[in-house]
Design a protein around this ligand. Structure first.
Ligand code: PRP
Ligand code: URA
Length: 215
């Protein structure tokens, strides 16, 4: 069954440029500088799709020739919420197209043995009305970290949340869509499966380690 039928909240951003950059991102031959650049570039491309459903409102604008009615984003720009550490690598990619966005930080790491998410930091802008959130993390493996982040945002009053991950395992999409059926999920690619220690196959390895040189 195609993934889109199995997971109604899922969008796979299978644009040719995303595909091309993904093959470079995965390769063990890709050095850190290029890896960082690719994470940013893929994120920018994915942000077009993840923001497609943002509402716009009409606004009068005067060109040098005449007045017209244009459009602007309704309300405030979405808040970008990177899941530390690896999500930080995606922030600049979102800011390329939403330069004024505010940024919330969520520190969550997986326990190496249980694979359960451990939260160690949560600092998002105060709600102040109808804010929208885009949670970013390159890897969606078991879905524990993303589910916990979304749960934390909801506990603080957030209602409009999108999740954007570059490489996903079916197990992670399954978990997030079961825990949060109201949250649209955008991924660059659906990989085959998790291995027995929770890594995505074929994946790209440990995204945080490759971004920050801690491997
Ligand atoms: C990685 C990744 C995700 C999480 C995905 O972070 O960046 O946050 O694992 O796995 P999950 O879907 O099974 O929760 P990690 O826990 O390695 O933290 P780190 O970036 O701080 O090393
Ligand atoms: N986190 C990563 O960085 N890579 C994986 O494959 C799974 C979780």
């Amino acid at each position: 069954m195609p993934y889109q039928d199995r997971f109604p909240t899922l969008t796979v951003v299978d644009h040719p440029l995303v595909k091309h950059k993904l093959h470079l991102l995965r390769s063990t031959d890709t050095p850190r500088k290029l890896f960082r650049e690719l994470i940013e570039e893929i994120t920018t491309l994915m942000t077009y799709e993840a923001t497609r459903s943002l509402p716009v409102e009409e606004v009068e604008v005067t060109t040098p020739l005449e007045a017209m009615v244009g459009h602007r984003l309704e309300g405030r720009a979405p808040v970008v919420v990177p899941v530390l550490r690896a999500g930080l690598g995606m922030v600049s990619g979102v800011l390329n197209v939403l330069p004024g966005a505010r940024i919330g930080h969520v520190g969550i790491k997986r326990d190496h043995d249980s694979l359960q998410p451990i939260e160690y930091y949560f600092n998002v802008p105060p709600q102040g009305g109808s804010l929208r959130f885009i949670v970013v993390d390159p890897m969606l493996a078991t879905g524990g970290s993303a589910s916990a982040t979304i749960r934390g945002l909801k506990a603080r009053g957030a209602g409009d949340i999108r999740l954007m991950c570059i490489v996903a395992a079916p197990e992670g999409v399954e978990a997030v869509s079961r825990n949060h059926p109201d949250v649209p999920i955008f991924v660059g690619v659906m990989d085959r499966q998790l291995n027995d220690v929770g890594y995505i196959l074929p994946g790209l390895g440990d995204a945080g380690d490759r971004l920050y040189g801690t491997e």
